[in-house]
Design a protein around this ligand. Structure first.
Ligand SMILES: C[S@@+](CC[C@H](N)C(=O)[O-])C[C@H]1O[C@@H](n2cnc3c(N)ncnc32)[C@H](O)[C@@H]1O
Length: 294
């Protein structure tokens, strides 16, 4: 487990000086290699569970009226979050979508094992063509985790977010999460070593390599802020933890229903306890927020 001192050192180094790390794009969009899929299928046992827990926790704090309809989980991978969504919230249906056939096979197995076949459905499709797949206003909730860094450029992401806004109902929510590229290439590597240094002993060496590639490919909140739609049915913002900004939530909140932040349901516990989760939760509570640019 990462120690507080290690994380504090990273936070201090992150806060000093300008952004220098160039973005290094992922080698491919869809994740199809056997070992990648095998390791990612075990992501629930790894620190990745922190990102699922953060989004579920955020969702649990929203007013309750979002979870009585259909949800769409875009780039669902092996379905950890897709299944958690169906398990912890009373969504009528959760649709998981991914471009990778082997990822979807893993997701299918998870759906069966968890007995969620009646409410979770999976489809193979390219997120970039999503506007052709569903009718406008089909979903009460749209999610996507750890995937925006797989897209080649900000133009694609802007198109994706606009399509999401078309597909979500006027009173529905869009809640996305992804990693944040740190200030220097060394800091990105150090963060991966601190958080995932024990992955190889757990047989998750490929997941560690993928995590490293993802940190280098991740978008800065300031870059993603350029892609946020403005003037539509939703108010978009990016929520970035202050302590160590390694995750960002990209949220579109409905203008139609004025929202408080009542406790909707008990926050699900995915077992991501420990120091990292407590720090992340604390720094999400005091996060900085970025709106659309320009
Ligand atoms: C890092 S994984 C994240 C999986 C899952 N959301 C999670 O957090 O566990 C990224 C996923 O995005 C998928 N992906 C990448 N580009 C895609 C695209 N254009 N359309 C659909 N899926 C895509 C990959 O196949 C992969 O399963």
């Amino acid at each position: 487990m990462a120690s507080f001192l290690q994380l504090l050192k990273l936070a201090v180094r992150q806060s000093i000086g300008p952004q220098r790390a160039p973005r290094v794009p992922e080698p491919s969009a869809a994740m199809e290699q056997q070992q990648q899929v095998r390791d990612y299928d075990r992501a629930g046992e790894s620190k990745l569970a922190l990102s699922y827990q953060a989004v579920l926790w955020f969702l649990s704090r929203l007013p309750a009226d979002w979870h009585n309809g259909r949800a769409l989980d875009v780039c669902c991978g092996p379905g950890h979050f897709t299944c958690a969504l169906a398990k912890h919230f009373p969504m009528r249906e959760v649709v998981g979508m991914d471009l990778s056939a082997p990822m979807l096979q893993a997701a299918e197995r998870r759906v069966c094992t968890e007995g969620l076949n009646d409410r979770v459905h999976l489809i193979r499709a390219n997120a970039l063509e999503i506007d052709r797949l569903f009718r406008p206003h089909s979903f009460r909730l749209i999610t996507s985790n750890n995937a925006l860094h797989h897209f080649e450029n900000l133009r694609q992401i802007r198109a994706l977010l606009c399509a999401f806004e078309q597909l979500v109902q006027p009173g529905g929510w869009i809640v996305l999460s992804d990693l944040v590229r740190l200030r220097t290439p060394e800091l990105n590597d150090r963060y991966v070593d601190v958080l995932a240094g024990d992955y190889p002993q757990q047989g998750l060496g490929q997941l560690m390599a993928d995590f490293r590639a993802s940190m280098h490919a991740a978008w800065l909140p300031e870059e993603l802020a350029e892609t946020l739609p403005a003037g539509g049915s939703h108010r978009w913002e990016i929520i970035v933890p202050r302590f160590l900004p390694t995750i960002q939530l990209i949220v579109a909140r409905p203008l139609a229903t004025q929202t408080g932040s009542g406790q909707a349901v008990t926050p699900p516990d995915l077992g991501a306890s420990g120091l990292e989760w407590h720090l992340l939760k604390l720094s999400l509570l005091t996060a900085r927020r970025l709106g659309p640019l320009g």
